[in-house]
Write a protein that binds this ligand. Structure first.
Ligand SMILES: Cc1cc2nc3c(=O)[nH]c(=O)nc-3n(C[C@H](O)[C@H](O)[C@H](O)COP(=O)(O)OP(=O)(O)OC[C@H]3O[C@@H](n4cnc5c(N)ncnc54)[C@H](O)[C@@H]3O)c2cc1C
Length: 318
């Protein structure tokens, strides 16, 4: 009989873990509390405009991830973005989704058994495995469980499960930066030099991208990210006010009269700034295999999420 695994989270780490397990003949069910797949690899529409409002791009350091990146470029799911041409802090090209970053997880999700709008609220032990319950009142059972929720959300889940998990302390060592993201509908193109992305220093704004030049929006639109200090200090402030302030700081890049409308998104967890050193964490508290993974483990970012998901799945074959 096939072994089975539940994966919490349909972000890059969860999707990568699922492919690795399926390749090794496991049965996989992915549960995600979101409406769609991709987690922080998010692309949003407002009218005809499209915005990458979470992850902007990724780079590749390891051979394994380079192979993954080349594969999705060859399949026309992703392409290179030559940011080094307009921002000298970039030494080489980055990789982006062809129609936005969410194109990549959507591609990976094809053919997988994924249930969205399913927030896991508790984990319990059963004979030969585990049982999870979701907010909608559903239950799922499997031999193993991989949890890829950001560490604070994983901790909340463990605490609600009341099983005396000893991993909580290790998970508490993982920290994420918040990020306030402004999505701007524009009447005219931005003044960001081609190909349309720039990082800023000595400003409350850390990053501005022109989604039209990036090739992901059919009409003019921009994404602005506030830096971590500003995002932390103003996280619960009025969103219209936040957008107004950040836009007023970059009128050289986005002139005030080119702004048609804007919306602001609060990312409580963006980059994992303090991470668990290993690529994943195996629980000692359960008889079934329970593994924690995601960008809070190992090298972080998109590449770290990929490596973590893959290594977590492989640890189940040992
Ligand atoms: C604003 C911003 C900018 C970024 N910029 C970059 C960048 O330029 N380059 C880069 O490499 N990285 C960047 N990142 C980081 C990158 O997005 C992450 O490292 C990566 O997407 C993490 O993938 P993951 O699978 O580990 O987690 P996630 O993508 O967060 O996936 C976890 C999933 O778990 C789900 N979940 C959580 N709790 C539950 C539950 N109880 N039940 C069910 N589902 C649950 C969530 O809905 C989510 O879909 C950025 C992130 C943000 C937010």
């Amino acid at each position: 009989m096939k072994k089975s695994c539940i994966i919490i989270g349909a972000g890059l780490s969860g999707l990568t873990a699922a492919h690795e397990l399926i390749k090794n003949n496991w049965e996989v069910t992915i549960l995600d509390k979101g409406r769609g797949v991709g987690g922080r690899m998010a692309t949003r529409r407002a009218g005809e405009a499209r915005f990458d409002h979470g992850t902007q791009y990724f780079s590749t350091k390891t051979t394994n991830f380079q192979a993954f990146s080349q594969n999705i470029i060859q399949k026309n799911i992703a392409k290179e973005w030559n940011l080094q041409e307009c921002d000298k802090t970039f030494s080489h090209a980055r990789v982006i989704g062809i129609n936005g970053m969410n194109t990549i997880p959507k591609f990976l999700a094809e053919g997988l058994n994924i249930k969205t709008n399913e927030k896991v609220i508790s984990i319990s032990e059963i004979e030969n495995g585990c049982k999870v319950s979701t907010e909608t009142g559903n239950f799922y059972e499997a031999n193993a469980l991989i949890c890829t929720a950001p560490a604070p959300q994983a901790i909340e889940l463990l605490q609600k499960s009341e099983m005396g998990f000893t991993e909580i302390e290790a998970l508490q060592s993982i920290h994420y930066q918040p990020c306030l993201a402004v999505m701007v509908n524009l009447k005219t193109q931005t003044n960001i030099p081609s190909p349309g992305g720039i990082s800023l220093e000595n400003s409350n704004v850390s990053w501005v991208a022109d989604n039209f030049q990036k090739g992901i929006s059919p009409i003019f639109s921009a994404t602005i990210h506030a830096n971590p200090a500003f995002s932390l200090a103003h996280f619960d402030d009025d969103l219209t006010q936040i957008g107004h302030q950040l836009l007023s700081e970059i009128v050289d890049l986005i002139p005030a009269d080119s702004v048609e409308s804007y919306q602001v998104h609060r990312w409580r967890y963006s980059l994992a700034s303090e991470r668990y050193a290993e690529n994943y964490l195996t629980s000692n508290s359960t008889k079934f295999s329970l593994i924690f993974a995601g960008d809070g483990f190992g090298i972080g970012n998109i590449e770290g999420a990929y490596i973590s998901g893959k290594s977590a799945a492989q640890s189940l074959f040992i």
